[in-house]
Design a protein around this ligand. Structure first.
Ligand code: PXL
Length: 279
């Protein structure tokens, strides 16, 4: 069985980061090991959330794993507990990657033109240095703007996204997927690959500003790659799964404000994987 390492926080309530990555990657047939970067009572959109930074636990976890001679087919990195964790993650990339390990970095720190509580420009700059060590980075448009040093715009066209991707590639990123792009009533992603191929995947926009959809995209995309899909196949699966999930969430008139109903659409995800494997 393939094994992935997911490095992100545990938000005890909120359906994001590890509480999305674990069920989604497991449903995709991948053993999922975790490093929790922080434990929060609930994600940061909940007023009054508690936050325990687990930075100081990570070196001991790494050292124990080194004694176990373990490695991973993939490493997915998301929301971190501190800027100090960035160097630790770079170390994890070096120590636990094999020749075919795929490293996916979701530089989680901002959305809709603003940084999440607790992050600042120094953090964004430091995280930028990790981007060149990953095989894929999957920033949303706000994060991509910060990482590229380009002011965020509410209104933009694909040329603007192309310009940002040029800057990120110049800064050393290998394969870049910019997510949460909204144009002409569509929502989707644009990807630039190392071999200079590029593609985009757009679906009808569903006006539902839910938390955790970026985490859902990143987990599904990572799971697709680890299952042997091409970047195009994995990104298409991830966009479709997020889209199906948003539809299911909106159809449920008792949905929660803080997260999407990804649980009810897991059969859609596993069906898609089964169909792909049958072909
Ligand atoms: O969905 C990204 C995310 C992950 N983890 C925590 C968050 C957020 C976004 O706000 O607060 C704790």
């Amino acid at each position: 069985m393939k094994r992935i390492l997911s490095i992100q926080d545990i938000s005890c309530i909120g359906k994001c980061s590890q509480t999305i990555a674990l069920p989604v990657l497991s449903a995709m047939g991948i053993e999922t090991s975790i490093i929790p970067t922080a434990v929060l009572s609930a994600h940061t959109m909940f007023p009054g959330f508690t936050f325990r930074d687990l930075t100081d636990d990570i070196p001991d976890i790494i050292n124990h794993w080194l004694s176990l001679d373990i490695n991973f087919d993939g490493i997915l990195t998301g929301y971190l507990g501190s800027a100090r964790q960035i160097d630790m993650i770079s170390h994890i990339y070096e120590k636990f990657r094999q020749d075919n390990t795929i490293i996916i970095l979701d530089p989680v720190f901002a959305d809709k033109g603003r940084m999440y509580t607790g992050f600042d420009i120094d953090y964004a700059n430091k995280l930028g240095s990790l981007c060149s060590k990953a095989d894929y980075i999957v920033p949303n448009i706000t994060e991509a703007c910060y990482l590229a040093g380009v002011p965020y715009k509410e209104e933009y066209d694909i040329d603007f996204i192309e310009k940002i991707m040029d800057i990120l590639v110049d800064k050393g990123a290998k394969n870049v997927i910019v997510t949460s792009i909204q144009t002409n009533n569509k929502n989707g992603i644009v990807c630039r690959l190392q071999n200079e191929d590029s593609f985009s995947v757009f679906r009808d926009n569903i006006d539902a500003p839910f938390h955790g959809t970026g985490d859902l995209f990143a987990s599904t995309f990572a799971g697709g790659l680890i299952n042997g899909m091409t970047a195009y196949e994995a990104a298409t699966l991830a966009v479709d799964y997020v889209n199906e999930t948003l539809k299911a969430t909106m159809e449920d008139n008792k949905h929660n404000w803080y997260g999407v109903n990804f649980e009810t659409t897991i059969p859609y995800l596993t069906d898609r994987i089964r169909k792909k494997n049958e072909n």
